[in-house]
Ligand binder design. Structure first.
Ligand code: ATP
Ligand code: MG
Length: 324
């Protein structure tokens, strides 16, 4: 299988190098092909996402994406669109040695990635401005199907159908239609304002949350804050054919070039990639090695340690080699 690796800018490159160092310790039938994108690429090649890179991404079995700086809209937003990556998936989990508001948090937010208020239909009016919120039955169906497929116990639909009766009303209706196909999984729905509260008061009660684009955007950052923040949060963007895995953080120009970026979010993104490609065992292997290293405090400065990015990666690689 072919992995398209797009390291990007700033710490994107550093955490990508660390992650490939670990993945290369596994004996997997994977080949890595590198593509350029981002601010530096724009300066050098005149395009933030050259045709070659886009082609590489389209032809790959999965894309591993670091981070890009100011050209993010031209790169990642375009990739999501071109590859039709309709589901944004963010696991929210508390790891040992990390300060979390509760130890037993283990939920996943599934966010619809192609429509809602982010459809880009916005205009000025005589009185001010307005935006159009697009919700289609097809997008609701495929995002809800996706959520039920990955759930173990329960799926919670998050919406505001008491106020947005037509748009969120449709989302909730389709959610329960899809739920009928999964009788073994509990289905419930919660208003988005209540969900913002529950994430703080009882996050341990949830398994999979499924929601539209805007609510998902806001709730997933809130949720990342519950379990240690940006340096730890991985994500997946999944489509029918393609998939792309990336840390939630950006290129972090303030620490780029120092070799101290925390590679955890990128490593966990690669764990999601391994599992998505069917390499469950290898995904577990890497995640468990990371857990060991976090537990021992062999970590980067943002987590209170004194290791460099590649030193932390080397520790994880050692555990992977021992355990495989
Ligand atoms: P961009 O414009 O690329 O999004 P940014 O300045 O918004 O860059 P982020 O990457 O979003 O930077 O990070 C916000 C803050 O969190 C920065 O201070 C950054 O140093 C810190 N940070 C983000 N990711 C990491 C990481 N992996 N390790 C350590 N610190 C991080
Ligand atoms: Mg940012």
């Amino acid at each position: 299988m072919k992995i398209a690796v797009i390291p990007g800018d700033g710490i994107g490159k550093e955490v990508t190098e660390a992650t490939i160092h670990i993945l290369s310790a596994l004996d997997l039938p994977l080949t890595y092909e590198f593509g350029e994108a981002g601010d530096e690429c724009l300066k050098k090649e005149g395009s933030a996402l050259p045709e070659d890179t886009l082609k590489l991404a389209k032809k790959s079995d999965a894309v591993l994406f670091g981070a890009v700086g100011e050209s993010a809209a031209d790169v990642i937003v375009k990739l999501r669109k071109e590859l039709d990556l309709f589901a944004n998936v963010r696991p929210v989990k508390c790891y040992p040695g990390i300060e979390c508001i509760r130890k037993d948090i283990d939920l996943t937010i599934v966010r619809e990635n192609t429509e809602c208020l982010y459809s880009g239909i916005e205009r000025y009016t005589d009185e001010g401005a307005e935006a159009v919120r697009v919700i289609t039955r097809k997008a609701c169906e495929r995002i809800c199907e996706f959520a039920f497929k990955i759930a173990n116990e329960k799926v919670t639909a998050v919406h505001k159908a008491n106020v947005l009766k037509k748009t969120d009303g449709l989302f909730r209706e389709v959610f329960y239609e899809v739920a009928e196909g999964y009788p073994e999984i509990e289905a419930e729905d919660v208003y988005v304002d209540a969900m913002a509260l529950y994430l703080i008061t009882k996050p341990q009660d949830f398994d999979v949350l499924v929601t539209t684009n805007l609510y998902g955007d806001i709730l997933s950052d809130e949720a990342a804050g519950l379990v240690g923040g940006l340096g730890l949060a991985p994500s997946a963007n999944i489509g029918e054919k393609n998939s792309l895995f990336e840390p939630v953080h950006g290129s972090a120009p303030d620490i780029a070039g120092k070799g101290i970026a925390n590679p955890t979010a990128m490593i966990l993104s690669s764990v999601m990639m391994l599992r998505h490609l069917g390499f469950e065992r290898e995904g577990d292997l890497v995640e468990n090695a990371l857990i060991e290293v976090l537990r021992e405090g062999k970590v980067t400065p943002d987590l209170g340690g004194n290791l460099k990015t590649m030193e932390m990666a080397e520790e994880i690689r050692k555990y992977v080699l021992e355990a495989k």
